[in-house]
Design a binder for this molecule. Sequence first.
Ligand code: SF4
Length: 217
Amino acid sequence: MPPAGPGVGGPGAGADPEPGASAAASRLHLRAADIKQYMYCPRIPYYTYALPLPHRSSRKMEYGLEEHFRLERLEKRRRLSRYGLEEGERRFRVALDSPRLALSGVLDLLITTRLGRFPVEFKFSAGGPRLNHKYQLVAYALLVEDCLGCAVRAGFIYLVPSQQIHPVWITAEAREFCHRVMAAIRDSVARPGLPEPTRHRARCRDCEYRRFCGDRL
Ligand code: SF4
């Protein structure tokens, strides 16, 4: 079992989704990364799905891709005791697709031991794990359960700059909140008009959609 760690905040802890997706939007197929992005700024999934716009890779994204490959090579040589787990199987870049959830994504790492399966997301940001990272991980846990037919009780966020590994418990509240965020994304895409921007202006600095947000230039 992973060591006891922080759970995931319940409803109200992060974005403030309002459920009530229209019938047209209810089956919009999302990616697990959309949950992270919506909680970062509600406009990003809107730009992705309602107004597909050309966008260029940000410096952060390019750096992240290079680092992912380097990290995979390192991780293959490391022991799972770093996660508080006994030895097991490691699979990198696991593609998951659930028609039932209308959700898909490519998970960074899936650890399988005799105690169960544990999704792992690699993050390259400084500081502690962020709420949007945690709920992206919860979305991957839902995908693992649905695609591989098993229960997922916990996963991990691996913060690459600090080499810290944070366990995240996949609680009933976390699952419920993740479903609410997905409903809110589908609803916001179906509604006319641009969603409100994030309240955190600093997030606009490195955003690849910045040039489309006239109120944030
Ligand atoms: S520039 Fe700012 S408001 Fe616009 S999408 Fe990016 S984070 Fe959101």
